[in-house]
Structure formats: structure tokens, C-alpha cells
Write a protein that binds this ligand. Structure first.
Ligand code: DC
Length: 227
């Protein structure tokens, strides 16, 4: 009989727009006492910088190469500091969301961010969420979750998210925004959103956030304690 060994693992969570992956990832990280990293925020922060500085697409690669990404604060709810500035507050408008998905479809940009994300995860004890975490960034992750939900459920969540941040948008407009981003994220040639090999799909349409977190934490604990 082997001795039970508990080790800090890597948890990858991927999924489409408003599938609940960020909320579930953060709560899972809190339960496991792991670092939480939302890679969507990294793409958003870079896109925001490019947009407000009006950087031409010929200089996007250079901007990404020179960028410094630092996560600070609470392990499970960290803030991203990009080039010394906390940009978190400005990243969720429909304009930035749509522009981010364009910036994120550029292979040179992805290559740079993927390499930074791998470094951030190298010691384990991490919950990383995005679109390509299980497939490209951390194909060696011990646990890979693919979180989905019906389109109606995702529209409702996005509506609630945005109204909370006081930017009310009509439902019809949200539906178009989600469908456009889904299309770009799943059909781009570099690292399209797809379920990873050994990925476990969780459909959260009829589950509460706590139920999703409970499922992921249980799977993670099983992987943490190996004979
Ligand atoms: O998860 P999110 O909606 O905050 O992501 C913002 C955009 O960034 C989204 O259009 C997809 C893209 N993204 C990506 O291409 N790869 C990731 N690992 C994370 C996000």
C-alpha cells in the first residue's frame, strides 16, 4: 500500500462567454487555497492598452512583448497590474469585449501571453481559466474542465453581470455580442475554443454556482491525493 501524497495541482477551466468560468474558478481557488488566474483579463488589459493608446496593429506584437503582467492581492481574487497600472475597472464594456476577441485572435499575441501564463502556473497550486488553457497553455494540467451553459442562460448571466456594473444593455444587443464573440473564439485558426483531451464537460445551465464549484473542488481533491 502506498502512502497518500497530497500535491498542489493545476486546474484548467475553459468555456465560452459567460459560462460562469471566472466565478467558478475564483471560488474553486478559494476552496483549495490556490492562486486564481483569469487569462481573459490579461487579453482584455492588453486590448485596453492598445485601444486607449491607439496603437497600430503593426505594433501590437511589440506592445505585448514589452508588457509586464503582475497579479497582486488576494490569491483567489487577484487584481491585474499591467505595466504598473491597475486597469481592472475598465475592461468589461462591450467595446473592449469585442476588441479583445480581435486582439486575442492574433497568433503572435497569443504566443507571448501563453508563454507568460505557463510561467505563472509552473509551481502548481493554480486555477487558470480561459479558452485554451487545457488545450494549449497547460496541456499537462491534472484537471481540465470544460464549462458550458445554454445560450439563454449565458445571456441572462451576462445581463446580470453588466447591470451590476451599471452599464445596462438591451438583451438583443447582448445576444448579438455573445454570438459574435463565440463565433470568433471558436472558429479562429489559432487555439480555437474546444474541449481538451481528457477534459471533463460540466453543463452549468441548471446548476447553481456553488454546485459547479463543489463538483470541481471534489474532482481536484481526488487528483491532489494520489497513492
Ligand atoms: O473570458 P473573457 O470573456 O474575459 O475573454 C475575453 C476575450 O479574450 C474573449 O474574446 C476570448 C479571449 N481569450 C482567449 O482568446 N484566450 C484566453 N485564454 C482567454 C481569453
Amino acid at each position: 500500500m502506498g502512502v497518500k501524497k497530497v500535491s498542489k495541482i493545476k486546474v484548467a477551466i475553459d468555456g465560452p462567454v459567460s459560462s460562469g468560468k471566472s466565478s467558478a474558478g475564483s471560488k474553486t481557488a478559494a476552496a483549495l487555497n490556490y492562486q486564481f488566474i483569469d487569462t481573459g483579463i490579461m487579453y482584455r488589459a492588453l486590448a485596453y492598452k492598445i485601444k486607449i493608446q491607439n496603437i497600430p496593429s503593426t505594433k501590437w506584437k511589440q506592445t505585448a512583448e514589452a508588457a509586464s503582467f503582475k497579479w497582486v492581492g488576494d490569491l483567489s481574487k487577484p487584481s491585474l497590474i499591467l505595466d504598473g497600472t491597475n486597469v481592472s475597472r475598465n475592461l468589461f464594456s462591450p467595446e473592449i469585449s469585442s476588441f479583445t476577441s480581435k486582439v486575442a485572435s492574433v497568433p503572435e499575441i497569443r504566443k507571448i501571453l501563453v508563454s507568460i501564463q505557463r510561467k505563472m502556473a509552473e509551481d502548481g497550486g493554480i486555477v487558470m481559466v480561459g479558452r485554451d488553457i487545457g488545450t494549449v497553455v497547460l496541456p499537462d494540467a491534472e484537471l481540465k474542465i470544460f464549462l458550458t451553459a445554454s445560450l439563454d442562460a449565458r445571456i441572462k448571466r451576462r445581463y446580470e453581470e453588466l447591470n451590476q456594473s451599471k452599464t445596462p444593455i438591451p438583451i438583443e444587443k447582448l445576444k448579438i455580442e455573445i454570438l459574435e464573440r463565440d463565433k470568433r473564439d471558436t472558429t479562429r485558426s489559432d487555439s480555437p475554443l474546444q474541449i481538451a483531451e481528457n477534459g471533463i464537460e460540466i453543463d452549468s445551465t441548471h446548476l447553481t454556482l456553488d454546485e459547479v464549484v463543489e463538483m470541481i473542488v471534489k474532482l481536484a481533491k481526488d487528483k491532489e491525493s494520489r497513492d
